[in-house]
Design a protein around this ligand. Structure first.
Ligand code: BGC
Length: 368
């Protein structure tokens, strides 16, 4: 559906501030900020759509925001060296104001994943655009982010859903692994690969139950963000047996039409998320399961509003319907549009177009 590609690009462009920050969602009070995690995937989606200027502007913004945190990072390293306790709110934030400053309002901001994701997005942008010019100016921020990850990767922090701050999450570790791999490539610092290897080993030793990966240490169930272990961060190959078993479990417990986050999710009742539906489709393209990926693409297209907007989630097959009105009362309607949803739609389109291995099947489908 060409229109949704166009409106996705437009929604993202319209909600990018002149300095490059992406607003997570313009109509949802708590999301009028720029997250490193959302922004990384939004920039990648825009690069995949050939919108290099937008991606580049965000990456510059992210580099500048990160480097402003250098004094804070130095303080954290000093505390670590001296064996002093560090409170969650002292760590670097994942959510920034659009001007790059931080709002100290008690938001669960200690989320490590964005510091890996944005480096991965930078490497992805360079690969897709061929533009190397950006790198030199961003190296200090890349190095600082990699050092931050290397220092703190194995401590608890809030996950990508901003929950469970006392746990260690596999999707967070996936972002950190991918960020270190990308940083090693971009900076030539090979020692970062050794830390990435330790993260992978840690996951194998602590993050498996019933022959599949688990949401976080000590929680035996799956979360759809476990897909990140394969796509895009490649901690494990998409066809690794543990990964395949994890995907089978996600399909069995979380994927009725679209894809939910996790079985006990209560946020707006725990509905089906556009980003995760696109993610499962992205995974399918890597596994040569393009017909299933296309079905998910169509599912997403059918959830777009007449104005071409995609929400964060849709209240279908709710885990806990009684929580839907509770959240509506607390924070208003579900965030819509959500820029990350639009970006993941672009990524899935791109993945389908670029899956050469499956071209025969695509042609056959088109001919039908
Ligand atoms: C999601 C996060 C996201 C944030 C902004 C939260 O509800 O769980 O993953 O970063 O919204 O989009």
């Amino acid at each position: 559906m060409q229109d949704l590609v166009r409106s996705s690009v437009n929604v993202i462009k319209e909600n990018q501030s002149p300095n490059g920050a992406y607003v997570a969602s313009p109509n949802f009070a708590n999301y009028r900020y720029s997250w490193l995690r959302d922004g990384a995937f939004i920039a990648f989606g825009m690069a995949a759509a050939g919108e290099y200027d937008s991606a580049e502007k965000f990456l510059r913004w992210a580099g500048a925001a990160v480097i402003c945190q250098e004094p804070r990072f130095a303080g954290l390293l000093a505390k670590k060296r001296e064996g002093k306790p560090i409170e969650p709110h002292e760590f670097l934030p994942t959510r920034y104001r659009l001007d790059g400053s931080i709002e100290e309002d008690g938001w669960p901001n200690h989320q490590l994943d964005g510091y890996g994701a944005w480096i991965w997005a930078l490497a992805g942008y360079i690969e897709l655009s061929g533009d190397q010019a950006l790198l030199a100016g961003l190296l200090p921020a890349v190095n600082m982010s990699a050092d931050y990850i290397a220092a703190f990767w194995n401590i608890p922090c809030y996950d990508c859903w901003e929950e469970f701050g006392d746990k260690i999450h596999l999707s967070t570790l996936a972002c950190l692994y991918g960020g270190l791999q990308a940083a090693a490539d971009l900076t030539g610092r090979r020692e970062l690969l050794a830390t990435a290897g330790r993260i992978r080993q840690f996951i194998l030793e602590n993050g498996v139950a019933d022959s599949h990966f688990v949401k976080h240490l000590g929680w035996p169930e799956v979360d759809a963000s476990l897909l990140w272990l394969a796509i895009p961060f490649r901690v494990f190959a998409p066809d690794h047996p543990l990964l395949q078993a994890t995907v089978a479990e996600i399909e069995r417990t979380l994927a009725a039409g679209g894809v939910k986050r996790y079985a006990k999710d209560t946020y707006y009742g725990g509905g089906e998320w556009i980003i995760l539906t696109a993610w499962l489709g992205w995974y399918y393209t890597e596994m040569g399961r393009d017909a299933e990926a296309r079905k998910l693409l169509r599912w997403i297209e059918a959830r777009a509003g007449a104005n071409g907007w995609l929400p964060e989630q849709v209240p279908e097959n709710l885990n806990n319907p009684e929580f839907y009105p509770v959240w509506q009362k607390r924070w208003g309607a579900i965030a819509n549009p959500l820029l990350w949803s639009h970006a993941m739609y672009l990524v899935l389109q791109f993945a389908l177009k670029n899956n050469l291995s499956d071209r025969g099947q695509a042609d056959a489908e088109a001919a039908r």
